[in-house]
Ligand binder design. Structure first.
Ligand SMILES: Nc1ncnc2c1ncn2[C@@H]1O[C@H](COP(=O)(O)OP(=O)(O)O)[C@@H](O)[C@H]1O
Ligand SMILES: [Mg+2]
Length: 223
């Protein structure tokens, strides 16, 4: 039936992928180079005339940033850690990510749920199905369109962090075996969903890594 001119306002309809923005995430162990490559992704999209929301996890909202500070500094159980990560993520999805995507803006996010599967799952031993149940609760139907994995051996990442010379946070203080497990899980996740993931060899000069990152972005946008 056709709606008449004075029918009530139509219920909002989920936009098609074309009018919805792209949801792009960067993943990788601490020291892999996510922050170093982040602005190249954002600026490239902006250079194409796209509106971009640049954000990070945990964080991205006032409450999320306060939870981030606690997560990075306060001793807590692994379960509390996972639940706080998802609490922060809920705020982020509701107030930042979904509204931006629905407005047609791209969202580039430094870490998302894959990081929880890798860190709190493989790294700290929370069963994956529990984390996936939380993900299903917090962001049903929302998954990144493109995930760039900066892949680096844990020992090289550790050297980079050491060279940086700043005080390590609660996660960065984990032993190298922890980061080796996290890295393996990231690679496994990428293997499971090869269409969404691009694995980038991050064990090279910044410029070479950037070239690969931008090439992956370009091939995604052109596909
Ligand atoms: N390709 C690279 N080669 C050498 N050092 C790098 C490279 N990428 C990043 N770094 C350095 O390694 C450290 C961690 O990089 P960063 O981008 O903060 O990683 P992440 O955000 O993934 O933890 C920083 O000191 C950064 O300057
Ligand atoms: Mg970083």
């Amino acid at each position: 039936m056709r709606a008449s001119a004075n029918s009530p306002v139509e219920a909002p309809v989920l936009k098609t992928p074309q009018s919805r923005g792209w949801f792009i995430t960067l993943e990788g162990i601490d020291g892999a180079g996510k922050s170093s490559q982040f602005s190249a992704v954002v600026e490239t999209l902006r250079g194409l005339g796209r509106a971009v929301v640049a954000t990070r996890e945990p964080g991205g909202t006032p409450l999320g940033e306060r939870l981030r500070e606690l997560l990075l500094s306060e001793p807590m159980s692994t379960s509390a850690e996972a639940l706080l990560v998802f609490a922060a993520r809920q705020e982020h999805v509701l107030h930042v990510i979904e509204p931006a995507l629905l407005r047609g803006q791209d969202v580039v996010c430094d870490r998302f749920t894959d990081a929880t599967l890798a860190y709190q799952g493989a790294g700290k031993g929370i069963p994956r199905d529990r984390l996936e149940a939380l993900a299903q609760w917090v962001h049903p139907g929302l998954e990144p369109d493109l995930t760039l994995l900066l892949d680096l051996p844990a020992e090289v990442a550790a050297q980079r962090m050491q060279a940086q010379g700043r005080t390590a946070d609660r996660f960065e203080r984990e032993p190298q075996e922890f980061f080796a497990r996290v890295r393996r899980e990231y690679l496994e996740l990428a293997r499971e969903q090869p269409r969404r993931w691009r694995v980038i060899d991050a064990n090279r000069d910044l410029e070479d890594v950037r070239e690969d990152v931008l090439q992956s972005l370009k091939s995604f946008l052109e596909a």
